[in-house]
Design a protein around this ligand. Structure first.
Ligand code: TYC
Length: 120
């Protein structure tokens, strides 16, 4: 077909595509297949002067499934620097773990604190 005919054909095809009653028409626009990753949140551990080191390690192992070695490193970093990132999770998991870990300390009268903040 010549250029004018081709032009008419494309116009007709696109106008059909926009008419949803024509189910066999190809879509005029490609659908966006965009799958977004869930945003991640950091759980932060704060140092304090009262919570026993061994207890911090136990909470890190129990609530965050860290190995003894990882838990010791995280506890030691928080002890020396004031804070340490424990791990990252989707928002509700991060919040649940931070709350449970903070409550475990509070139940024994310790001021142990875990917080959640969005990853950049
Ligand atoms: N600083 C505490 C102590 O000397 C131990 C500790 C470490 C507490 C890390 C909290 O996030 C923490 N007993």
């Amino acid at each position: 077909m010549d250029a004018a005919a081709a032009d008419d054909y494309i116009k007709a095809r696109n106008s059909k595509a926009l008419d949803m009653s024509e189910t066999q028409s190809p879509p005029a626009l490609k659908p966006k297949l965009k799958v977004e990753r869930p945003k991640l949140y950091k759980v932060i551990l704060f140092n304090d002067d009262f919570t026993p080191r061994e207890f911090v390690v136990k909470v890190l192992q129990g609530e965050f499934r860290l190995s003894e070695d990882q838990a010791l490193r995280v506890m030691t970093t928080a002890h020396r620097k004031g804070v340490c990132v424990v791990s990252v999770y989707p928002r509700d998991i991060a919040e649940t773990k931070a709350t449970r870990a903070t409550d475990a300390g509070r139940a024994l009268g310790f001021p142990l604190r875990f917080d959640v903040e969005p990853e950049e």
